[in-house]
Design a protein around this ligand. Structure first.
Ligand SMILES: *Cc1c(COP(=O)(O)O)cnc(C)c1O
Length: 399
């Protein structure tokens, strides 16, 4: 391995770190990172194997534990987030499940905001209780509800901000303070904001989790996840849990994600600029009955957004007309924007949450979250903004 180190006497910006952090070249001096698609590693001697296992030689042992390509992705994510440590996982849900279960025991209690990504809600509401970990769901915007839900055995508070799909924003610093007063940790799912636009650890959160499947890959290719926090949290809780239970990121996916990071800030900035333009067009349109975009002054939490986010992000949520028929007619009339349930892709994606991602919830539970039959979520991609606006305006004509 040859390496010319990055300058150590000045802080580099994310755009630079995402391209150059953790560069490790093999003897061939390749420019693009090599992919170490290997499950195991060979030792020159029996003594070398012994030293690797007893920790005297800190090299790789087995790709369930760690792998050079996965390590490159992890180091870039750690540098971007400004975290002390982090571990990659096979998917966003593997990251969420590991971040929760690695630190919880039977008898503990979790408080979470009700407006969670569906599978995250399953982990808190269904999975944790099966192992004797009680949970309480609260309205994430209501700090009094967070405080009232705390019990002596509360160990973890969990939220996602902005939320899926209604783009509510919660006060991360305030909820972190409530957690710390109770001797608990705050875990934040930062997928919608991306690590470019929001830094939960700097706001006081203890652990941040990502589905790297979304903006970090950014081209809809692979699944992946990441958990970041203090060195102590990772070593005391996460490290052994991941090693022994095995939700490991494949080196191929890690390579894809590390290459995705090189363009992350460019992509997020471009998609965000387009999302802002689309939101402004939709806000003025007579067939749009409600519009939520985190970058607009009419967002109910605009002041909080200015405090904790660097921009409005790449998602726009709106209601077309007032029923499912209008929402479906609009979606079916789109010619460029795709109908899918993913997000953070180069391709713009329209989702009807009530019949797809949130179908499992009762109509009452959906209504409680602000998801009605007319609600649509648009993940803005990298196409030409004028082409997207034209696609949307033409489709609205059919409603
Ligand atoms: C997609 C997503 C997840 C789950 O990630 P996977 O990579 O699909 O497992 C978790 N939280 C949020 C907010 C998401 O959007």
């Amino acid at each position: 391995m040859s390496r010319r180190p990055l300058p150590a006497d000045r802080a580099l910006s994310p755009a630079t770190l995402l391209i150059h952090e953790a560069e490790a070249r093999s003897g061939y001096g390749e420019m693009s990172e090599a992919m170490f698609l290997t499950s195991g590693f060979a030792y020159d001697t029996m003594e070398a194997a012994e030293a690797r296992f007893d920790g005297r030689d800190p090299g790789f042992i087995y790709s369930r534990f760690s792998n050079p390509t996965v390590a490159t992705f992890e180091k870039r994510m750690i540098a971007l987030e400004g975290a002390e440590a982090g571990r990659a996982t096979a998917s966003g849900m593997a990251a969420v499940t590991a971040a929760m279960l690695c630190q919880l025991n039977a008898g503990d209690h979790v408080v979470a905001a009700r407006a969670l990504f569906g599978s995250c809600r399953y982990v808190v509401e269904d999975l944790c209780p099966r192992f004797g970990i009680a949970s309480t769901l609260v309205d994430g915007a209501d700090l009094a509800q967070w405080r009232a839900a705390i019990r002596p055995e509360t160990k973890v508070l969990f939220l996602e901000s902005p939320t899926n799909p209604t783009l509510e924003v919660y006060d991360i610093a305030a909820v972190a303070a409530i957690a710390h007063d109770a001797g608990a940790r705050l875990v934040v799912d930062n997928v919608f904001a991306t690590p470019i636009l929001q830094k939960p650890l700097a706001l006081g959160a203890d652990v941040v989790v990502y589905s790297a499947t979304k903006h970090i890959d950014g081209q809809g290719r692979v699944l992946g996840g990441m958990v970041l926090g203090s060195e102590k949290f990772i070593m005391d809780h996460l490290h052994t849990f991941l090693r022994q239970t095995g939700p490991s990121l494949s080196p191929f996916n890690a390579w894809t994600l590390a290459k995705g990071l090189e363009t992350l800030s460019l992509r997020v900035e471009r998609a965000q600029a387009t999302a802002g333009r689309i939101a402004d067009v939709l806000a003025e349109h007579p067939k749009i009955t409600k519009l939520t975009y985190c970058g607009r002054a009419d967002h109910p939490q605009a002041e909080l957004i200015r405090k904790q986010m660097k921009g409005g992000g790449t998602l726009v949520t709106f209601r077309v007309g007032d029923d499912k028929a209008a929402a479906f007619r609009f979606g079916n009339a789109l010619e460029i924007i795709k109908i899918s349930n993913n997000l953070g892709d180069a391709k713009s994606i329209l989702t009807h949450p009530a019949t797809t991602t949130h179908q499992r919830l009762s109509p009452e539970a959906r209504a409680e979250m602000g998801v009605v039959d007319a609600t649509l979520r648009l993940s803005v991609g990298l196409e030409d903004p004028d082409d997207l606006i034209e696609d949307i305006l033409r489709a609205l004509e059919t409603v």
